[in-house]
Write a protein that binds this ligand. Structure first.
Ligand SMILES: C[S@@+](CC[C@H](N)C(=O)[O-])C[C@H]1O[C@@H](n2cnc3c(N)ncnc32)[C@H](O)[C@@H]1O
Length: 442
């Protein structure tokens, strides 16, 4: 079924919104505000329909030439053919709308802090798949689990496209079979490239099975033929629902990637989280340090701390820092990062944040919370008991952020400031930071 639709606006989740003749809301997988689109229905749900553009009948003046050959089918980008200033404008509108719709509050946020537009990602996770009888390294398609071939991807750091092709060629020469999630055959699931701003590159091969028969000769060839790769890791991950998890073995090179931000060193193990846009991560750290410098604070609680990005950067401004993180690998890295930076006032607990909050007591001057995309939900209100003077919520998902902020506001917290940072240009994603205070804890 096809229909002509006039796009009203861009909304959360990387889709645009239009209405049919009866005023019913229709979500589109493409199309920019003001455009008239001939679209085809993909699916019908009880409360919304998803359509995909077939032809643009009237184009937005802000549409530009696409940046790579795989757009728009590739799920890596949503808006790469939209002028960058428009991307930033719509991200701001979307955050404000999520607060209005979900938290039922009106907020006006400053302009989104821009990023380098291209080659900003320090990590790319390529899916291995079969295409025309060969192994291919690509990304997932939009709104689908099916992978797509890449052609000049602009998201990854500059050397990544060249390295991806060289890995692809080499893996094919050794007849490596990609793992197929449907037939459960093959073995290689992903190739991940990570790069530090010191130009160290780590390559990670992830397999479904613990054994990887072709590994030895492949390792030898990567070492001699792709010298830009400083370390090579093999991860065994039998789970189909997450990419970067499981026991790993260092084949050669360092077991960690070392990042440096304003003199603080971070050693990042292959399977640990680190912010993907280091340039924007630094801007966020500067903003947060500025907020905290307005007053003296004694102790910091850093929830969902990862390898210690915030804890270690801010440690000098506090008497003590307690961090909570549930990944054993990241906790170990956090501890060694504290040692490397000679910070003796930081401590990390390997624990689930919700169970930590259930039994936590005492007062924390500042609480940081940086959860995964799913946010925290109702347990977030347990933070109120810790009486923070400042609560800093960092989120990559404005929808769960607005929900959690509404819980916090019902517990008495008030918003002091909201800032948005474009951690992910060409996509609908962004990072938002909310500073909250509680009138009874000042
Ligand atoms: C968005 S990352 C933030 C990490 C860190 N703040 C940073 O900026 O590098 C979320 C972190 O929370 C951890 N995590 C996820 N669920 C958790 C839970 N329920 N309890 C504790 N840590 C969790 C993940 O391992 C990851 O390191």
């Amino acid at each position: 079924m096809e229909q002509k639709l006039l796009v009203e606006k861009l909304v959360a989740g990387g889709v645009s919104l239009a209405r049919n003749d009866d005023g019913k809301v229709i979500f589109l997988t493409g199309g920019y505000p003001g455009e008239l689109i001939r679209a085809r229905r993909l699916n019908t749900k009880r409360d919304f329909e998803l359509w995909e553009p077939v032809e643009i009948l009237k184009e937005s003046p802000f549409r530009r030439r696409k940046l790579c050959g795989s757009f728009p089918s590739c799920g890596g980008c949503d808006w790469q053919d939209l002028e960058y200033q428009e991307q930033l404008k719509w991200k701001k509108i979307i955050v404000e709308e999520q607060f209005r719709r979900i938290a039922k509050i009106e907020v006006v946020i400053p302009d989104v802090v821009p990023s380098r537009e291209k080659h900003y990602r320090n990590k790319m996770e390529y899916v291995a798949f079969h295409s025309s009888g060969e192994l291919n390294l690509g990304l997932k398609r939009k709104a689908s689990d099916r992978p797509v071939q890449l052609d000049g991807c602009v998201l990854g750091n500059v050397p990544f496209e060249d390295l991806r092709k060289r890995f692809q060629r080499l893996l094919n020469e050794h007849s490596v079979k990609p793992y197929n999630t449907k037939t459960k055959t093959g073995n290689l699931k992903h190739v991940i490239l990570r790069k530090s701003s010191r130009d160290e590159i780590m390559a990670i091969l992830i397999t479904k099975k613990s054994e990887f028969l072709e590994l030895r000769p492949i390792e030898k060839r990567i070492k001699s033929e792709i010298p830009q790769v400083n370390s090579l890791i093999h991860v065994h991950n039998s789970r189909d629902d997450v990419n970067l998890r499981g026991p790993y073995r260092v084949l050669y090179g360092e077991p960690v990637l070392t990042e440096e931000i304003d003199g603080i060193l971070y050693q990042i193990p292959p399977t640990s989280f680190f912010q993907v846009n280091t340039w924007i991560a630094r801007k966020i750290l500067h903003y947060v340090s500025g907020v905290l410098s307005e007053r003296k604070h004694s102790n910091l609680l850093d929830l969902f701390s990862g390898v210690g990005l915030f804890s270690l950067y801010l440690a000098e401004s506090f008497e003590s820092v307690l961090a909570v993180e549930n990944s054993a690998v990241s906790v170990k890295a956090f501890e060694s990062n504290a040692r490397i930076n000679q910070l003796e006032n930081v401590r990390v607990l390997k624990e689930n944040v919700a169970s930590f909050l259930k039994k936590a007591h005492g007062k924390y001057d500042v609480v940081f919370i940086d959860p995964p995309r799913s946010g925290v939900g109702k347990p977030i209100t347990m933070i109120t008991r810790l009486k923070p003077s400042i609560l800093v919520y960092i989120s990559c998902n404005p929808t769960t952020l607005a929900r959690d902020i509404s819980y916090l506001m019902r517990s008495g917290f008030r918003i002091e400031d909201i800032r948005a940072f474009d951690m992910f240009p060409q996509t609908h994603h962004l990072e938002t930071i909310v500073i909250l205070k509680h009138p009874l804890s000042l």
